[in-house]
Write a protein of this length. Structure first.
Length: 569
């Protein structure tokens, strides 16, 4: 009897379940159409279907529509999904209604730069549903101006009763995981093309970006304005991860952070009132970053304290000098200057390059077409003023280098001591230089230089020469001061020919001719020294390293006799 009762109860339960199935199945007949209609109503977009519709009750009620795309009416789709899955509320279904608890886009591909945000915001504002469904993106792909984030898993919380619209999720960009969050606080205002509070966060690739401000769609596209901050463990690594150029580790490998007022729109990112910290050096100013077919473009006007230029020259010639001090034979590398452009205007308290220091410089730096153009309008240096220009332009497998410069009233001895650690000559220098050459390595560039160098010194002294035993034989000991010195040099094939070099002082005068090798960085001059006391001249030669030559008597008889007559005048 008991078994019979249990069997009867089981039969009744099965019958009840079958009846429930039959009752709940009826509203599902048009579930696919209802899902598409709900999506159109929620977004204000045209929803196109190119696939079958399937309804399932177990393990939970849901409807799937394959081949779904979204578009503005009459336009090409900006988004397409492999399928659209709507999870149906079981409690509503038992009451004979269809209510979507969640909508999932399966493998969606969305072009964000073509997405009609204002249309969607207007439709969301017009919604009357008290409990809109949650929306998920599963294994999605987002595109923005050629940049792609894939493997996206994200959730979108639709606004309820005027609440915020929020999207958060994670995915992969350039084989590294990223995650982010955005929140639009006032969908109604955004739909009316008024400003709405907006917050965003992005993390990935060793970088973090925070934005807190406002969003507006003025008809030309979405524009974000507000406070923006950025931090990266190594700027070079982050830029390379984003696809903006090759390795820049030597110049931009340090930790970087900045904060300021930002505006982001379809044209790019503008930053004002910004404070940038790069490897411990602080810059203040404004700039603009844009991305296009030519890569990253940077325009900036900055003010800084003391800036080391060495790492930035390493972009092109990281090892300009070999271990033995000679020019390197390693090929120039312009890869670090390709794929991006720079237009920088910099004012600083000081610029440092090795031991050289320039005070209060005004600098313009341009990187374009894989080349570099660096100009210093005017700077204070060792009591005087200097200015000049250096340009490097790729040419086949090498580069064309042009150097132009001028100096006025510079304390030459102090400059030489700062750069080379020794002070062979002192005086107030005025100079001009104009050189050009082509080569595929630092040594080839040096060997190809051609142009001119002119220098004039006043009120100086020959400090290392004063210790010469040769001059001691002529009665010239101690410091040899001079009132005027001049050198005019013509440069060809990396060799500067001087004719003449003259030095005039109260104790002695010099007249020398010869050449200096810019490749070997050596000097070889011959000529005469005439003491002020006595009617004779001493033939001498000056040979050795460019900035530490030795003066010796010339016993070869090869000294140019014309120089002696110049000393007699």
């Amino acid at each position: 009897m008991r078994r019979a009762a249990l069997g009867l109860a089981g039969a009744v339960a099965i019958a009840a379940a079958a009846a429930s199935f039959a009752v709940s199945r009826a509203p599902l007949d048009g579930a696919g159409d209802r899902l598409i209609a709900e999506l159109q109503h929620a977004t204000g977009l045209e929803v196109r279907v190119n696939g079958a519709t399937a309804v399932e009750l177990f393990p939970s009620p849901r409807v799937r529509v394959d081949g779904v795309s979204l578009a503005r009416p009459g336009e090409a789709p900006f988004a397409a999904a492999r399928g659209l899955v709507g999870r149906i509320s079981l409690s509503a279904l038992l009451l004979g209604r269809i209510e979507l608890a969640e909508v999932t886009f399966d493998q969606p591909q969305i072009a964000l730069d073509r997405a009609p945000f204002a249309n969607v915001a207007t439709a969301l504002r017009a919604r009357t549903a008290a409990t809109p469904p949650a929306i998920r993106l599963a294994d999605g792909r987002l595109e923005w101006r050629g940049r792609v984030v894939d493997k996206i898993e994200a959730g979108l919380a639709l606004p309820r009763d005027g609440g915020p619209l929020a999207l958060s999720g994670y995915g992969r960009f350039a084989d590294r995981q990223v995650e982010g969050m955005i929140q639009l606080a006032d969908v109604g205002a955004f739909a009316r093309r008024d400003s709405s509070p907006f917050r965003g966060r992005f993390e990935g690739g060793g970088a973090r970006v925070l934005f807190d401000g406002e969003a507006v769609d003025d008809g030309a596209g979405v524009r974000l304005t507000g406070d923006v901050s950025f931090r990266a463990d190594a700027l070079s690594s982050t830029l390379r991860w984003f696809g903006f150029g090759p390795r820049l580790d030597r110049a931009l490998g340090a930790e970087v952070s900045f904060a300021g007022q930002g505006q982001l729109d379809g044209a790019g990112l503008q930053i004002s009132n910004a404070e940038l910290d790069l490897g411990g050096e602080t810059f203040l100013g404004a700039g603009r970053l844009t991305s296009g077919a030519g890569g990253l473009a940077v325009e900036a006007t900055l003010d800084a304290g003391s800036v080391d230029l060495g790492p930035y020259f390493d972009l092109v010639a990281p090892d300009a000098l070999a271990d033995d001090g000679r020019w390197s034979v390693a090929s120039l590398n312009f890869g670090s200057l390709r794929g991006w452009t720079l237009d920088l205007r910099l004012s600083a308290d000081a610029l440092r390059l090795g031991g050289l220091r320039l005070e209060q410089p005004a600098v313009t730096a341009v990187v374009a077409n894989g080349g570099l153009d660096l100009s210093i309008g005017e700077a204070s240096a060792y009591g005087g003023a200097v200015g000049g220009r250096l340009s490097l332009e790729p040419d086949g497998d090498g580069a064309v280098m042009r150097v132009e410069g001028a100096a006025s009233d510079v304390a030459l001895g102090d400059a030489l001591e700062a750069v080379f650690g020794r002070k062979p000559i002192a005086g107030r220098m005025t100079a001009e230089i104009s050189l050009e050459g082509r080569g595929a390595s630092p040594v080839e560039l040096a060997a190809a230089l051609a142009g001119r160098i002119e220098a004039r010194l006043a009120d100086g002294a020959l400090e290392r020469v004063s210790r010469s035993r040769t001059l001691a034989l002529a009665g010239l000991t101690g410091e040899i001061a001079f009132s005027r010195a001049e050198a005019r040099m013509t440069v060809a094939n990396g060799v500067a020919k001087a004719d003449p070099v003259t030095v005039e002082g109260p104790r002695a005068s010099f007249a020398l001719a010869g050449e200096a090798s810019l490749i070997e960085r050596t000097v070889a001059l011959q000529g005469f020294v005439k003491p002020s006391e006595g009617g004779w001249t001493l033939p001498v030669r000056v040979e050795g390293p460019l900035f530490a030559p030795k003066l010796r008597p010339d016993l070869s008889g090869r000294a140019p006799r014309g120089e002696a007559s110049k000393l007699e005048r």
